[in-house]
Design a protein around this ligand. Structure first.
Ligand code: NCD
Length: 295
């Protein structure tokens, strides 16, 4: 594997191997004693993804190189490609990139030799979020085969949903969408459920944030969203005893989920964040060992 840009071409075997690597290496520290630099190039806002990469990199013994669009040459008009070539030239061993362009991975994947991890490509993919969600599901249920997973909300603008559709199918889960008018993606051929049906029949109810910043026409009205499409207390009561709630966060409290459910017993929202460190360690260790960067 040259880069970690997408989950689309990962086999079930590779996914399992990375999850196992995360389980073994997560919670450990200072694995590699050479001088390695990881650059975190976030061109879009991030709290948990960026910070869990930083913690994961430091746990692996890497030095981290920071980047801010406002104070870098991006503010002078430098392109993504030239920024990335610069970090490559000055000695970064690993590049973690998030950028609003859906297709940046295609351009950089073929022209950059340093390993790149996709930390979010526009509305395209979010493969490390997908892997940490798979890890969380496996932690809960032990396996994926036959699990019913509902993904609910702003699917059209979600890179998380696009990664999940592919990876969950690869590992044998059944994926359903809870579609919301205006937020559907007809190009994805996934059976749909109402929110009430999803709560009654699914093992995992995964909520998505309304991603106003990707709509292009400003924030939409969310006044009756929770009652119509969100996870209310009444709907949560219909969930099976073993069923869990997930959300990649940040959460719009009282929009896609009643605020009282964010930290309820069946919510795994903060567990997902905690798992993000171990899983990103697992992904980096897998990638860098394969590329013989770590010796
Ligand atoms: C997601 C993202 O950036 O795509 N967040 C994350 O990385 N945890 C989802 C979102 O922003 O709603």
């Amino acid at each position: 594997m040259q880069h970690f840009l997408s989950v689309r071409n990962l086999s079930a075997n590779t996914i399992e191997t990375i999850l196992e690597r995360a389980e073994v290496i997560g919670g450990t520290r200072e694995q590699h004693t050479g001088r390695y630099f990881a650059a975190n190039l976030f061109f879009e806002p991030s709290t948990r993804t960026k910070m869990s990469f930083v913690v994961a990199e430091r746990n692996l013994g890497m030095d981290t190189l920071d980047f801010h669009t406002e104070t870098s040459s991006t503010a002078k008009g430098e392109s993504l490609y030239d920024t990335v070539r610069t970090y490559e030239s000055i000695g970064a061993d690993l590049l973690v990139i998030r950028h609003a362009n859906d297709n940046w991975c295609d351009e950089l994947g073929s022209s950059i030799s340093v390993p790149i991890i996709n930390a979010g490509s526009g509305k395209g993919e979010h493969p490390t979020q997908c892997m940490l969600d798979l890890y969380t599901i496996k932690q809960e249920f032990g396996a994926f085969q036959g699990l019913n997973v509902a993904i609910a909300g702003d699917i059209k603008h979600s890179r998380v949903a696009r990664s999940h559709v592919s990876a969950l199918k690869t590992v044998g889960a059944n994926v359903y969408f809870v579609n919301v008018p205006g937020f559907m993606d007809e190009s994805l051929d996934i059976p749909s459920l109402t929110m009430d049906e999803a709560c009654t029949m699914c093992d995992v109810v995964m909520l998505l944030r309304i991603q106003h910043e990707r709509h292009g026409n400003g924030a939409c009205d969310t006044t009756s969203y929770l009652e119509k499409f969100g996870l209310t207390i009444e709907r949560e009561r219909k969930m099976q005893n073993h069923a869990i709630i997930m959300h990649p966060a940040p959460v719009n409290r009282n929009v896609e989920i009643d605020t009282r459910l964010v930290e309820c017993d069946r919510s795994r929202i903060f567990q997902q964040m905690e798992n993000g460190v171990a899983v990103r360690m697992g992904i980096m260790d897998y990638l860098l060992a394969e590329r013989s960067v770590f010796v």
